[in-house]
Design a protein around this ligand. Structure first.
Ligand code: ATP
Ligand code: MG
Length: 333
């Protein structure tokens, strides 16, 4: 039987020669490589993430690959020949890189934070919650309309009875020290729960708001010591010229990285609390001079109309991509 004649939704096993010969390397990482490839049959670009080790990881992912949601990465299958996962290709790469290469406007920053929280809320709403344990800006990928998708969930696990040192090694080996909550390093840590990811999300928020790197220039040991003593990235680095609604966001961010994990909000609570800054996205869009100057009265009418009906905004062409706005669905009414 042809490999492509599998049942709909089934995790596919692609062969290397299902792809065009020119594989473009997008990134070389500690655990493998990411390539942009083109699938001959579907005539579309995909990302192929190969792992230098363990096919086991890939097989495990087949279980969660069935998950589909607007803000999480879609996994199409695997290529066991290349020890790789075949995923959606995100043309604007990682948020990590985007934050360095572009200055984002406040509405876009808020929107990205909001979309990330929706994606995480989806993972945590599974029963039992699907923990990411590797949420960081390099695992938030950006499509050509500057919407985000969360990737690489389910690659790190904590299992009952697991050697805790090994678990911590798994986490820190990926250069993730800034995203790991302090309780992970206590002498007898509890198994990680949803509040682990909420802490990481707090750091991601800070990175989006400041467009800087947390604990820049500090060694792993220094970060570990400082974070254990309650030190967090510097809130003063968030630009002073910010919309007033940003204060609410900063206060939620601080709750997300609270030292006591029981004080961190769940994503569902976060999304409800975000009502104010979602309306801020709308306000800012209405106030931003350069946007208004680009809009004809007609555009403005349809723009306002769509705000209420579908939460979808007019997109602008002929300007920098960062002026494209499409507000996430799932906004609080
Ligand atoms: P980790 O293995 O802990 O997730 P990482 O995120 O730094 O570490 P990779 O997941 O291998 O490493 O990704 C490296 C880079 O490859 C990303 O930062 C991004 O720029 C690019 N990349 C990964 N997946 C895709 C994709 N689906 N589409 C486009 N680019 C991607
Ligand atoms: Mg990754």
């Amino acid at each position: 039987m042809d490999r492509f004649e599998q049942a709909p939704g089934q995790f596919r096993n692609f062969q290397k020669d299902d792809f065009e010969a020119d594989w473009i390397k997008v990134a070389e990482c500690r655990f493998g490589q990411v390539y942009q490839v083109k699938l001959k049959l579907w005539r579309e670009k995909f990302a192929l993430k190969s792992f230098d080790t363990a096919l086991k990881i890939i097989e495990e992912v087949s279980n969660i690959a069935k998950l589909k949601f607007k803000y999480i990465m879609c996994i199409y299958g695997m290529c066991s020949e290349a020890t790789a996962l075949v995923m959606e290709y995100m043309s604007n790469g990682s948020l990590n890189n985007l934050l360095v290469s572009h200055t984002l406007m406040w509405p876009k920053k808020f929107q990205m934070i909001h979309e990330t929280s929706l994606g995480m809320n989806f993972l945590h709403s599974m029963k039992p919650p699907l923990l990411h344990l590797n949420l960081k800006t390099s695992n938030i990928l950006v499509d050509d309309h500057l919407h985000i998708k969360i990737s690489d969930f389910g690659l790190i696990h904590w299992e009952e009875g697991m050697n805790k040192t090994l678990f911590i090694e798994q986490l820190t080996a990926r250069g993730n020290i800034s995203y790991i909550p302090p309780e992970t390093f206590t002498q007898s840590p509890n198994p990680p729960g949803t509040t682990f990811d909420v802490y990481s999300f707090g750091i991601v928020m800070w990175e989006i708001l400041t467009q800087q790197k947390p604990h820049a220039g500090c060694s792993v040991t220094t970060v570990l010591l400082q974070v254990s003593q309650g030190k967090r990235p510097c809130v003063e680095l968030i630009p002073d010229q910010r919309p007033p609604e940003c204060e609410q966001m900063i206060s939620i961010m601080k709750q997300c990285w609270a030292q006591d994990h029981t004080e961190r909000p769940q994503f569902s609570v976060f999304i409800t609390a975000s009502k104010e800054y979602i309306s801020c996205i709308i306000q800012l869009m209405l106030n931003t001079e350069d946007i208004l100057s680009m809009l004809s009265k007609k555009d403005f009418g349809s723009f306002r109309h769509s705000v209420r009906r579908e939460h979808v905004y007019t997109q602008f062409s002929g300007q920098k991509r960062l002026l494209h706005y499409t507000v996430a669905s799932g906004d609080p009414e």
